[in-house]
Design a protein around this ligand. Structure first.
Ligand code: F6P
Length: 320
């Protein structure tokens, strides 16, 4: 193998730059040429690629976002789009590809493998919703950003004896919401993995807390639940406590990556290139019990990730 390429795809995640840096430097240390592809799979179709060197990844370790930019490409899903991408990969002499992204990006990576391009996936998403891995790059930074915001909301909530309904990201998963419920001492948490009843799971909790002398409340709602505004109205009606909604949104995706994200991204990026050097393809890098491992992409995509029941029990044990 003489030349590889790297791209970032789907939603960006803090730590992607550290992973790009690790891929580029590991490739160069091993005598490979490495190309950066702009705008994910779209860049493969449009042939927006450039040769990277040691300096291309200088000073990016501490930056949020992705220096390679990212996109979601519908064209890549079509046979014509895929063919254009494969033709450009071959025309550039690229013999292996590293795809940084979430499960949608891994489906794209798998398609490229089927088309004969050795491809390795690295899990990057703030949602931590990829089943084969304990951890996805970006999760810790997003948690810390959201945690700081919720601390601030608690200050104003406390001054006004209010209830704050905070909606956090996570797509269809509740890992961000559950972790923050423990980190921020929320009164209630709603995650898509568990059914809920506003009266039983929120109003009763607030009333219990009121009895114990508490006069301000934080309710964390995963975006997969939806209806944060409606839930807030129900809370205010049933408790008579002034309630406000805060949707944290995309600010959870930005910011300088934490040490955990920089180090994990570096470890995973190195492993991705080593897999290509060992002649592997269609693998996704993962973390299990703090060890870097890898899985077949199709097997990884068929796995289901459930909510951390132990953490949910911790939340229940120490709330109000
Ligand atoms: O997958 C990361 C994520 O931030 C989800 O938490 C969220 O549902 C989605 O991406 C938002 O996507 P977009 O940036 O396209 O609005």
């Amino acid at each position: 193998m003489k030349k590889i390429a790297v791209l970032t795809s789907g939603g960006d995640a803090p730590g992607m730059n550290a992973a790009i840096r690790a891929v580029v430097r590991t490739a160069l240390h091993n005598g490979l040429e490495v190309m950066g592809v702009y705008d994910g799979f779209k860049g493969l179709i449009k042939n927006t690629m450039y040769e990277m060197n040691y300096r291309s990844v200088s000073d990016c370790l501490n930056k949020g976002g992705t220096i390679l930019k990212t996109a979601r490409s519908k064209e890549f899903m079509t046979p014509e789009g895929l063919q254009k991408a494969v033709d450009n990969i071959k025309a550039n002499g690229i013999e292996g590809l590293v795809v940084l992204g979430g499960d949608g990006s891994f489906r794209g990576a798998s398609t490229l493998c089927e088309a004969g391009i050795p491809t390795i996936g690295v899990p990057c998403t703030i949602d931590n919703d990829i089943a084969c891995t304990d951890y996805t790059i970006g999760f810790d930074t997003a948690l810390n950003t959201a945690c700081e915001c919720i601390d601030k909301l608690k200050d104003t909530c406390s001054s006004h004896h209010r209830c704050s309904v905070v909606e956090v990201m996570g797509r269809h998963a509740g890992h961000i919401a559950l972790t923050l419920s423990v980190a921020n001492g929320a009164e209630a948490v709603l995650v898509p993995e568990k059914s809920f009843d506003v009266k039983e799971d929120i109003v009763d909790c607030i009333n219990e807390s009121l009895k114990k002398g508490k006069s301000h409340f934080v309710i964390i709602v995963a975006e997969g639940i939806g209806n944060s505004e409606k839930i807030a109205v129900q809370i205010e009606t049933l408790t008579d406590i002034e309630t406000r909604v805060a949707i944290l949104g995309h600010l959870q995706r930005g910011g300088s990556p934490t040490v955990t994200d920089r180090v994990t991204a570096s470890r995973m990026g190195v492993e991705a290139v080593e897999l290509l050097l060992r002649g592997e393809s269609n693998r996704v890098v993962a973390m299990k019990d703090n060890k870097i491992v890898n899985y077949d992409i199709s097997e990884a995509l068929s796995m289901k990730k459930s909510i951390d029941e132990e953490l949910y029990n911790v939340f229940e044990d120490i709330t109000y």
